[in-house]
Write a protein that binds this ligand. Structure first.
Ligand code: GLY
Length: 396
């Protein structure tokens, strides 16, 4: 998400083969479409206390309040659209939908403050340097840090799981560490950096199968003892829930960017290889909602898992190594699939979301084969990363 760091990295990365055999994605056209689609979204839903999330079973727009983990993605997406289109109306809208989440800076009841605050405020600050955004984020990072307890060594995700576990940690939580790195740099508070490292190290230790697929939920006891390794949104405790694998891939790619510790690079590469070499990854490289879902190939796809993985793989490809070209080409193939008619909505359809065919939680019968706001967010981010890499390649 921190594209300043990504661009810096691109400028120092050796050139590697980045050839793809198919037509390049028309990034300008994708962003022009996104601007129109989200313009319609805001015309239909102007209330900034109702954050676009998905589609309800009756076909209507599903919205959530600011305390929902996804509240930052709409503002964050608007910033990406503004970044590309430079439309003043997009900048104004991005500001409005960003500030609408500001009150969550004091929320100590969620581990999702990275998603909620860093996606909108982080992008807004990167693009505008508005000091009000920085202040919200520094407070928010401190709120997030209250969920870290040294005796456990990890940030607590939920307050309870299955009525009996008091310290559950979900793989998704790897996505909130980037926010802590930013806050550590900006504030000089090294403890935020140390929390991120401790969380990532314990997650490597406890969250993965020997084949580098990740569990969804690890339940901890004091002293960091693991009580149980469980599932919530995937098919089963031992299955590989697709979005969870994408969160892990993205999270360890960020860990390497932020620390330059090669163990995180190795972890990210192993996760990428699990995803890309998986016999259940379809030819268009958009995963089914779980790599072990029982009825593949008739299971639903999860475009969000594809979009998150594509964005992460593009960054991972910049770190070189024997698989860099494969990571790049696979990411481009994912973005090509998502920008094609199988996944990309048509203007005015899909409740004005950009992508179709995501799965929130089939195990909970929730958001199955629907649009999801975070699929859009990581798709737009992936397109910007793709474009930056292509421009670098042209420069040689
Ligand atoms: N963080 C929740 C999810 O990925 O659905």
């Amino acid at each position: 998400m921190n594209r300043f760091l990504l661009i810096a990295c691109l400028l120092t990365t050796p050139v590697f083969a980045q050839k793809t055999t198919t037509k390049p994605i028309d990034v300008d056209a994708e962003f022009a479409f996104a601007a129109q689609q989200y313009g319609r979204m805001m015309a239909a839903n102007p209330d900034t206390t109702k954050f676009p999330q998905s589609t309800n079973p009756d076909g209507s727009l599903n919205t959530r309040k600011s305390d929902w983990w996804c509240s930052g993605f709409f503002g964050g997406s608007l910033w990406y659209i503004y970044e590309r289109t430079k439309q003043p109306a997009m900048r104004d809208a991005a500001h409005r939908w960003t500030m609408a989440v500001a009150k969550e800076q004091d929320n100590t009841g969620t581990h999702d403050l990275g998603f909620m605050l860093y996606c909108p405020f982080g992008n807004g600050y990167r693009l505008t340097r508005n000091p009000a955004y920085k202040s919200v984020m520094l407070t928010g990072a401190k709120s997030l840090a209250t969920r870290f307890h040294p005796d456990y060594g990890v940030i607590k995700s939920w307050n309870k799981f299955r009525d009996k576990y008091d310290y559950p940690v979900i793989i998704d939580n790897m996505m909130n560490l980037e926010f802590l790195f930013w806050a550590a740099r900006e504030s000089g508070d090294k403890s935020l950096y140390n929390i991120a490292v401790s969380h990532a190290d314990n997650t490597i230790k406890n969250h993965f199968h020997p084949n580098y697929s990740g569990y969804h939920v690890i339940c901890y006891a004091p002293g960091g003892k693991v009580l149980a390794k469980l599932n919530h949104q995937g098919y089963s405790d031992e299955s590989a829930w697709s979005r969870g694998q994408s969160w892990a891939l993205y999270g360890y790619t960020v860990m390497y960017r932020e620390t330059k510790d090669r163990k995180y690079l190795e972890q990210a590469r192993h996760i990428a290889d699990f995803i890309l070499n998986n016999p259940n990854l379809p030819a268009d490289k958009i995963p089914y909602w779980d790599f072990n879902a029982p009825n593949i190939p008739t299971e639903e796809r999860d475009a969000s898992a594809g979009a998150i993985a594509a964005s992460a793989l593009l960054e991972l490809s910049t770190f070189g190594g024997p698989s860099a070209a494969n990571y790049y080409q696979s990411a481009v193939q994912m973005l090509q699939s998502l920008s094609g008619p199988a996944y990309r909505a048509r203007l005015g359809e899909n409740n004005n979301f950009i992508l179709t065919h995501s799965v929130g939680a089939k195990s909970l019968k929730s958001e199955v084969d629907t649009p999801l706001i975070y699929a859009d967010y990581y798709y737009l981010e992936g397109l910007l990363r793709y474009d930056a890499l292509r421009k670098k390649k042209k420069r040689g």
